[in-house]
Design a binder for this molecule. Structure first.
Ligand SMILES: [Zn+2]
Length: 338
C-alpha cells in the first residue's frame, strides 16, 4: 500500500530535502567507488584478459539511480503516466483494486518492449523511505533511495572519510553484487549470459571456498550459533570487495584533495578514521532472539562479524593499525576474490 504513489511522493520529498548539490556530491562518490572497483578488476591476477575486459565493461555499464533517475529531476510530470488511474478519496479498498489493476496493466503492456534500464518506471515499487540500497542483476542497475543518502550515511559537509566509509562502502557493496556468485551470471545489460572463461570461472569458485570456510568458523558470542558460510557467501563477497573499493576510492580522494583536517583531541589519522567510521556505520544493537533469527534466515552475516570478517581480510587495515602478522586482525591466510 505504501507503494501507491511512492515515486511522485518520494520525488516531492527529494526535491525539498535533498538539494541538487548533495545529489551531485553523491554521484561523484559513486563514480569514485566505481573507478576503484574497476582498478580492482584490472589488477585481479587470476582473470584472463577476455573475461577481465567484459567484467570492466559490465562495471562501467552499471546504472546508478541516486535518489531517482536524472530524468525525474528535469520536471517530468506524472499526469500522462497516471491519466487512466481513478482514485476516490472515500473508498480505500476500491482504490487498492484500481491501483493493482493499473500497475499490472502497465507491466503487461511492457511485455516484449525493449527495457529502458535508466527509466524511472523501473522503480515504481521502490520505497523511498527505506534506508537501504539495492543491486538488480537482471538490469545491472543500483538503487540508492533517498533515505540512505542522509545522516549516518552521507552529508556533503563533513569529513570524506565518513562518507566513503559509510555510503561509499554501501556503493562498493552493491557494485560487487554484480560480481558475486549470482550477479556474475548476468552480462552488462542484465541478460543471463555466460561471459566467463572456463578456467577463470574455476579460479573464482576456488577463491570463494576460502570465504565459505572463513565465515563458517565464526560463532556469534551472544547466541553461540555458527554462521552459515554457504548461505552468506554472496553478501560476504559484496562486503569484502565493496569495502576494499571504498577504501581505495577514499585514498584516491586524498591524492586529489590532500589530507583532511583531523578531529582535535582524537589521536587517529584519516585512514584510521575511515575504518572506525566504517565499523560505526555497520554497528547495531540486536537482541539475542533477533540475532538467532538472522543467523538462521538472513543472507548477511551478523553485523559484528561482517566487520571483523572484512577487516581481517584487508592488508590495508592491518597496515593502517600496525597489526602484527599472525594476529587476529592480520592473519597470514586472507581471503580475496575482488
Ligand atoms: Zn548485499
Amino acid at each position: 500500500m505504501q507503494h501507491f504513489f511512492s515515486v511522485p511522493v518520494g520525488l516531492l520529498y527529494s526535491r525539498s530535502y535533498f538539494p541538487e548539490d548533495s545529489r551531485q556530491a553523491v554521484i561523484s562518490l559513486v563514480e569514485d567507488v566505481r573507478v576503484a572497483f574497476i582498478n580492482i578488476l584490472a589488477d585481479a591476477p587470476w582473470m584472463d584478459e577476455e573475461t577481465r575486459k567484459k567484467a570492466i565493461s559490465k562495471a562501467e555499464h552499471i546504472i546508478a539511480h541516486v535518489g531517482y533517475p536524472s530524468e525525474l529531476y528535469q520536471n517530468v510530470t506524472f499526469e500522462e503516466f497516471y491519466k487512466d488511474l481513478e482514485m476516490d478519496p472515500d473508498n480505500f479498498f476500491n482504490n487498492s483494486m484500481q491501483f493493482n489493476l493499473f500497475i499490472n496493466t502497465h507491466y503487461l503492456n511492457e511485455l516484449r518492449k525493449p527495457v529502458n534500464r535508466a527509466g524511472w518506471q523501473e522503480l515504481l515499487t521502490l520505497d523511498p523511505t527505506e534506508a537501504n540500497a539495492f543491486y538488480d542483476p537482471s538490469s545491472n542497475t543500483m538503487q540508492f533511495p533517498i533515505a540512505i543518502l542522509h545522516e549516518l550515511f552521507f552529508s556533503k559537509d563533513r569529513p570524506q572519510y565518513i562518507n566513503y566509509a559509510s555510503l561509499g562502502n554501501t556503493v562498493g557493496h552493491e557494485i560487487t553484487h554484480g560480481f558475486d556468485d549470482n550477479g556474475r551470471k548476468y552480462d552488462l545489460y542484465g541478460n543471463l549470459v555466460n561471459w566467463w572463461n572456463v578456467d577463470t570461472k574455476r579460479k573464482f569458485s576456488d577463491q570463494t571456498e576460502c570465504f565459505i570456510d572463513q565465515y563458517s568458523e565464526y560463532t556469534d558470542p551472544k547466541t553461540n550459533l555458527t554462521v552459515d558460510g554457504d548461505n552468506t557467501l554472496n553478501e560476504n563477497l559484496a562486503d569484502n570487495g565493496g569495502t576494499r573499493a571504498a577504501y581505495h576510492a577514499y585514498l584516491n580522494w586524498l591524492k586529489r584533495n590532500g589530507d583532511e583536517r583531523l578531529v582535535p583531541g582524537v589521536k587517529y589519522n584519516q585512514k584510521q578514521l575511515f575504518w572506525i567510521s566504517y565499523a560505526q556505520a555497520e554497528s547495531s544493537v540486536d537482541g539475542r532472539d533477533h540475532i538467532a533469527y538472522l543467523i538462521e534466515n538472513d543472507s548477511h552475516s551478523p553485523n559484528e562479524l561482517r566487520v571483523l570478517g572484512v577487516v581481517s581480510n584487508l592488508q590495508e587495515f592491518a597496515n593502517d593499525f600496525n597489526c602484527p602478522v599472525g594476529s587476529k586482525m592480520n592473519p597470514e591466510k586472507k581471503c580475496r576474490v575482488w
